[in-house]
Design a binder for this molecule. Structure first.
Ligand code: HEM
Length: 403
């Protein structure tokens, strides 16, 4: 197995049709007024952003207060902590409201989510970090926005910040006063507003996305949402990992609350896993596509383990995992070469590995293969823990990607 860690590096290619980046065709609307996931007024989600923080953040940029706000916001780390008086009053008022849990948040379900995260944490490292991470490279709008914003130039830093969200949502007191998930969500919401302010000034983004006046629409947010919990749950189901029904509901709920706190309208957030599946079939699956920008991001992601000297997570193995998780078409569009050992190994042995690991099967798995897969999951966890060791501050960017 040693040799498997020295696979070749993915080469990045160029050239994808702009036509393929056309806006996804789906109707995110909800007819009922109310207050719960799936309930809300009708909106045109492809032309709706997040007006209140967008205006506040635009003012921060035009009045030259970005450093002042970043310094003041850095002190806010725990959900229940008071806000610094140095944060401008109108922004403070907004944050006070935005950090409140929605009325429909259910503490019991959030507890069930914690149990899910504790039991399934080992898979979640690989799934959030890699399946969802790689998927973001083939969601054309997201790839384009990430690539041309600051994050495209500092992908490692961005991954650390995204890992923080995955960590915070799974922690014991995620949404309680001592937790950090409300802080992470609200800060992320403000960063998205900052990106909406800065990115239209990036000429390459504007020429690649002429049909979007501003990035990160409500529809885009929901597509990305599906690349996270919906994709995680799909993979666990596909791998036949047993998931307790209440924990599965709890996991969905923790992401419904996250969606709300990230500024997604309640009416767009799926009320059930069935809704999530139905939305994904229309809004996520058909739009996944390799683009020049996405290929560059994917290439950077394949180098992740390499930079940290994690022996199993070589670019070749990560490439094979991409093919295994996201399928041949996506792997081919990302120009990921076939991997002669790992492609067939994953296809034939991952299913039995999970069953053995879950105690559902106790025969037919060579020890070396079991150990290698288990070590791979462990290294994903290590990778994300190592990203989380540094203090991570989600802060307003000063620039776009200078490219
Ligand atoms: C920033 C999560 C939707 C593009 C962030 C950050 C997090 C995050 C945690 C902070 C990390 C950082 O500052 O780099 C999420 C979640 C989403 C979502 C959970 C949906 C549920 C989207 C969408 C787009 C997007 C739809 C683009 C179409 C960006 C960009 C940044 C960012 C460009 C700033 C990166 C930088 O330049 O530093 N997001 N995001 N996000 N997000 Fe999102």
């Amino acid at each position: 197995m040693e040799d498997l860690s020295r696979r070749r590096v993915l080469r990045v290619g160029a050239g994808a049709s702009a036509a393929l980046l056309a806006a996804p065709t789906f109707g995110w609307t909800a007819a009922r007024a109310g207050a719960a996931p799936g309930d809300g007024p009708r909106i045109d989600a492809k032309h709706t952003w997040d007006d209140e923080p967008d205006e506040l953040i635009a003012d921060i940029y035009s009045s030259g207060q970005v450093t002042k706000v970043n310094n003041a916001m850095r002190k806010w780390q725990k959900n229940g902590q008071g806000l610094s008086k140095e944060i401008p009053a109108d922004l403070r008022t907004f944050i006070e409201k935005a950090r409140e849990l929605p009325d429909w948040a259910d503490a019991g379900k959030l507890d069930d989510a914690v149990r899910f995260n504790q039991k399934r944490g080992t898979y979640l490292g690989a799934l959030y970090g890699f399946a969802s991470g790689m998927m973001s490279a083939v969601i054309p709008h997201e790839a384009m926005v990430v690539y041309y914003s600051r994050g495209g130039a500092q992908l490692k830093d961005r991954i650390a910040k995204t890992a923080k969200l995955g960590y915070d949502i799974g922690s014991l007191n995620a949404y309680q006063d001592g937790g950090e998930m409300a802080v992470t969500c609200v800060k992320t919401r403000l960063i998205h507003s900052a990106v909406r302010h800065l990115l239209p000034q990036q000429h390459k983004w504007s020429s690649r996305m002429p049909y979007q006046e501003k990035p990160i629409t409500q529809a885009d947010q929901m597509v990305t949402w599906h690349s996270l919990p919906t994709t995680v749950m799909r993979m666990l189901r596909r791998w036949q990992v047993p998931v307790d029904a209440r924990e599965s509901e709890g996991f969905l709920h923790s992401w419904q609350v996250a969606g709300h706190m990230l500024g997604i309208r309640d009416g767009l957030i799926p009320a059930t896993w069935k809704d999530a599946e139905d939305q994904s079939k229309v809004a996520l699956d058909p739009i996944l596509k390799g683009t020049p920008e996405g290929r560059k991001l994917a290439h950077m992601l394949l180098q992740l383990g390499f930079n940290l000297d994690l022996s199993i997570l070589s670019p070749g193995v990560l490439g094979a995992l991409t093919r295994f998780m996201l399928g041949d078409r996506i792997a081919t569009e990302l120009r990921i070469p076939r991997e002669p050992v790992w492609d067939p190994l994953l296809a034939a042995s991952w299913g039995p590995f999970v069953l053995v690991r879950e105690g559902l099967l106790d025969v037919g798995m060579p020890k070396e293969v079991y150990w290698t897969f288990d070590e791979m999951l462990r290294q994903f966890v290590l990778l994300y823990i190592s990203e989380l060791r540094m203090p991570i501050n989600i802060e307003l960017p000063y620039t776009n990607n200078p490219e």
